[in-house]
Design a protein around this ligand. Structure first.
Ligand code: ADP
Length: 227
């Protein structure tokens, strides 16, 4: 028990340290931008450009903080998330219908779900899991590409998968992508926080499931969730 407590404390410490590190960059950019802009009198357009930079960094911090809060809420208070008997096929189709409307980068989203698959789970969390995986398929997908969401019964339970034909993940990065704050290629992540897949893993485990990914760089990736 002592070992477990020690381990959990270390995980928390690591989280606080990683989170502070992630927040330091946007705060530094905001400070630097303010200092630079206030050094002398400027044209209106320059003030506007400075505010644009500050606003972008503010949004970034906001996203990061929201993801962190969501993450710790599930970890510290899993009892707040109740499970109900639900139609996972319908939930999957609904999330796909909504996200297909985005048509980001003109990527086509297809949903191929077996009908009437019942599952005992938390609606909000399962929606989040699917949205994170589909969001990544868009973010790292290729323009005019395809993303396919599948749901079917297997011998040992349900298998949910999200497949894209995007940039893929290198074999060096693949073992680490479910770690908090891990980003394979920071130049391409843009909107990301590095918490999306860690959240997917946490949600899968909350439902007694597991996650894994297969990928071929340049060809695409598939994420599997086994319930
Ligand atoms: P982020 O917010 O950076 O997307 P995630 O935790 O969702 O963070 O993903 C971690 C990293 O895994 C990403 O930064 C990216 O490098 C890689 N990754 C995740 N999903 C995909 C995907 N579908 N295709 C290629 N790389 C991906």
């Amino acid at each position: 028990m002592f070992n477990r407590l020690d381990e959990s404390f270390q995980t928390q410490q690591q989280f606080v340290s990683d989170a502070s590190h992630e927040l330091r960059t946007p705060v530094s950019v905001i400070n630097a931008q303010c200092e630079l802009t206030l050094e002398s009198e400027r044209e209106n357009t320059e003030y506007r450009e400075a505010l644009d930079v500050i606003q972008r960094q503010g949004h970034k911090m906001n996203r990061l903080i929201n993801s962190m809060l969501e993450f710790t809420r599930l970890e510290l208070h899993p009892e707040r998330y109740t499970k109900e008997d639900l139609d996972l096929s319908e939930l999957t189709e609904d999330v796909c219908t909504d996200l297909a409307l985005i048509r980001e980068k003109n990527i086509t989203l297809t949903c191929d779900a077996e009908k009437n698959l019942r599952f005992c789970g938390n609606r909000e969390l399962l929606t989040r899991l699917l949205s994170n995986l589909i969001g990544n398929a868009y973010r790292y997908g290729r323009p005019d590409g395809h993303t396919t969401v599948r749901l079917r019964t297997e011998e040992d339970g349900l298998l949910l998968s999200v497949q894209d034909d995007g940039i893929g993940i290198s074999p060096d990065d693949l073992p680490h992508i479910f770690r908090r704050f891990y980003q394979a290629d920071t130049s391409r992540t843009g909107e990301g926080s590095g918490l999306g897949l860690a959240m997917v893993k946490e949600i899968a485990e909350f439902h007694g499931g597991t996650v894994r990914a297969e990928s071929e760089p340049g060809q695409g990736s598939t994420f599997f969730v086994n319930f």
